[in-house]
Design a protein. Structure first.
Length: 165
């Protein structure tokens, strides 16, 4: 067996608990916009998959992520967990854009369809989440991931529980 080149990746983040408390004092849309504007740090998961929130509007969130070899599965392509994490994040944030002050959400389900593979050569991918039915108890969302040429890579649907902590 030949000696393989060892690579490293440093992950750094800010403790999310204080900002989670701050989230309860803002509308969901204002909270996410504060992250985009750099007034609040991104969630810790962002550093794991090179994730950024690109834009938010009522009922919609757009995120981008850049896969690298650290996201690979044993068969040499980006692990489905990368797809699922990106889709779950964009679905949840789309729901969050609809929430008033003092309201929270959590994912109840996520159904992913993998349509094309992703490798590190794919480059930056963009995910868009759209709320199809907002609600005070449950919200329904659809999302997709596309590459830089606009090719559809994956789709998802999700249901989120909406609640007051």
């Amino acid at each position: 067996m030949t000696e393989l080149e060892q690579k490293t990746k440093t992950i750094s983040w800010v403790d999310p608990r204080p900002q989670a408390e701050q989230a309860m004092t803002m509308s969901g849309l204002d909270y996410l916009q504060a992250m985009i504007d750099g007034k609040l740090p991104p969630p810790p998961i962002a550093s794991h998959i090179n994730l950024e929130i690109a834009s938010v509007s009522p009922g919609e969130a757009v995120m981008a992520a850049t896969p690298d070899e650290s996201h690979y599965n044993p068969i040499g392509s980006v692990h489905g967990g990368f797809f699922a994490t990106l889709l779950d994040s964009v679905c949840g944030c789309a729901v969050q854009t609809t929430l008033p002050v003092g309201t929270a959400y959590t994912s109840l389900d996520l159904n992913v369809s993998f349509l094309r593979g992703i490798t590190s050569d794919t480059g930056r991918v963009v995910a868009t989440g759209r709320v199809t039915k907002p609600g005070t108890r449950a919200a329904f969302v659809e999302a997709d991931i596309r590459d830089s040429q606009g090719r559809l890579l994956a789709t998802a649907t999700s249901t989120c529980l909406v609640f007051t902590p």
